[in-house]
Design a protein around this ligand. Structure first.
Ligand SMILES: [Zn+2]
Length: 304
């Protein structure tokens, strides 16, 4: 494995000195590297292992129900895209600076679809929606999550990867999206009804804030450079916190989404489910087009 000084600046992690995989190896080298010690290994597994946990303990039982709930499956879809995008990015980005840019745009895309799926599930399952939220939430979620966060994160990454304010801008827009995701259920905090327990939603938000501290603050490696190069640095802890947040979200969705009945396919034609389906399809198409355009732009640039 290489030291930080032996890889291009764009591939270096702040305060991580060792454990970098060599560049320009065949793709199978990076796949095999999932089973060797380097500074991305745990980032791969902390988001790949939960994928199986999700599929086995949540998605499969949901599919076995007489009528699987569409909003719950939508949330699972968001988790699957997040975990696949993130684990692939950490596994394959080290081959070259351009691979790095491409794979982390894929990672950002997974985060965007994950965020949208949380908002959509809450919107679809909430029985007592404010009429304003009912009409305006989906377009606003689209604007905040895709335009506000995904486009800005990707564009800054491709055009200004070394700008010092980039991490702060990403965290600020991420926090704004996270708050926006609570709009469909916020009235349950301000106007609680008996027996409604919001603690699981609060825990999900708390894990998100803690995850942001580890990711944005590069903690603990900032204070002990070189000590946590392979195990225990902030991004790995960030992944674990995201898993805890995801776990709380899955639990909350299972509780908040009422059991459905009848033909599961007909659920798609229920008004809110249908709008959510259209929103996620359009968002996915826009995200894929953005990946194509920005990858092309990145190919024209030179990164060191
Ligand atoms: Zn990551």
């Amino acid at each position: 494995m290489l030291d930080a000084t032996e890889v291009p600046v764009i591939l270096r992690r702040p305060h991580i000195h060792r454990g970098y995989r060599p560049l320009h190896q065949p793709t199978r080298y990076y796949y095999k590297s999932a089973f060797s010690a380097h500074n991305e290994c745990l980032n791969v597994w902390t988001h790949f292992a939960p994928l199986f946990f999700l599929l086995y303990y949540y998605t499969y039982p949901e599919l076995l129900l007489d009528s699987p709930r569409f909003p719950v499956l939508l949330l699972h879809f968001g988790h699957i895209v997040l975990y696949l995008g993130s684990s692939s990015a950490h596994l394959l980005h080290s081959r070259s600076p351009h691979d790095h840019i491409f794979w982390f745009i894929i990672d950002f895309a997974g985060i965007a679809i994950f965020g949208m799926s949380i908002g959509l599930q809450r919107y679809a399952c909430e029985s007592d929606l404010n009429p304003w939220i009912d009409w305006l939430y989906l377009p606003s979620l689209f604007m905040v999550s895709l335009l506000g966060q995904f486009f800005s994160s990707c564009a800054l990454f491709v055009h200004h990867p070394f700008w010092k304010g980039r991490a702060i801008a990403r965290m600020a827009s991420g926090l704004f999206v996270a708050i926006w995701l609570y709009l469909p259920i916020i009235h349950r905090y301000t106007d609680p009804i008996e027996s409604d327990d919001m603690s699981v939603h609060t825990r999900a938000f708390t894990w998100l804030i803690v995850s942001g501290i580890f990711m944005g603050g590069n903690f603990p490696e900032r204070f002990f450079p070189g000590i946590f190069d392979v195990v225990g640095y902030g991004h790995q802890l960030f992944h674990l916190c995201v898993n805890m947040m995801g776990w709380n979200l899955l639990y909350a969705a299972d509780r908040d989404c009422a059991a459905s009945s009848g033909n599961p396919w007909m659920q798609i034609f229920q008004w809110r489910n249908f709008l959510c389906l259209i929103t996620i399809i359009i968002s996915s198409i826009i995200v894929i087009q953005t990946i194509k355009i920005l990858t092309k732009k990145a190919q024209e640039k030179k990164y060191d």
